[in-house]
Design a protein around this ligand. Structure first.
Ligand SMILES: [Zn+2]
Ligand SMILES: [Zn+2]
Length: 211
């Protein structure tokens, strides 16, 4: 019972994300990792197993370090004691690295693991979302577009709706046409024709598709 209520709520979240430029799987994964960063600094930093996970990295990878920095900037109430405690666990690694020993900082980043789990969870959820004919139609007509990486992942999954590949092709074709229209309307001869939202956002749809 609980599971179906939860997935009903999450399917509703995908509904909301269809109105936004970007990939719903990327958006939900980002939110989930961001929540984990919050929990880490809010309560888990005193947990020895969390400190061990950080030392195993050692540290965060560059992508997740950026997310941590952004999160701490947005949430000054978390303070910097937590992140200081974590970096304090790296003293031996830092000394070894200075002594020319090879230490690969961030290769086993704990947030990379969290991200992989979330990606799997939300890819399955999206597959469930588009298994319904009304919902896949809604996705087809929306501005949101599953990114290239997640398109490739979904197409390897035998449970995905067989129309998904064709819909991705239609969406990219439509975006490219909008982009061409935007460029055309920037010519002074056609500048009286109004630019649609889709035309103005087309470059963002493509850049997020490749992100
Ligand atoms: Zn994605
Ligand atoms: Zn990482």
């Amino acid at each position: 019972m609980k599971k179906s209520v939860e997935s009903g709520y999450l399917l509703g979240k995908i509904d909301e994300l269809l109105d936004r430029v970007g990939c719903p799987i990327c958006e939900l994964t980002f939110e989930s990792v961001d929540d984990n960063i919050d929990t880490l600094f809010y309560e888990n930093v005193n947990d020895p197993s969390e400190r061990e996970k950080f030392s195993a990295g050692p540290g965060f990878c560059p992508k997740h370090l950026k997310m941590v920095e952004e999160h701490l900037k947005m949430h000054p109430e978390l303070g910097i004691l937590g992140v200081s405690v974590l970096y304090g666990t790296l003293d031996d690694d830092l000394k070894r690295a200075l002594n020319d020993e090879s230490v690969n900082f961030g290769v086993r980043c704990q947030l990379c693991d969290d991200e992989a789990d979330a990606e799997k969870r939300y890819s399955d959820l999206f597959i469930q979302y588009i298994s319904n004919e009304d919902r896949i139609k809604k996705y087809e007509n929306s501005i949101s577009t599953v990114c290239l990486k997640h398109t490739r992942d979904l197409l390897k999954n035998s449970n995905v709706n067989s129309n998904f590949k064709g819909i991705q092709e239609i969406k990219i074709e439509r975006t490219l046409n909008s982009l061409k229209e935007f460029i055309r309307k920037n010519d002074y001869r056609y500048s009286k024709e109004p630019v649609t939202i889709m035309e103005g956002e087309a470059w963002k749809v493509i850049s997020k598709f490749l992100y």
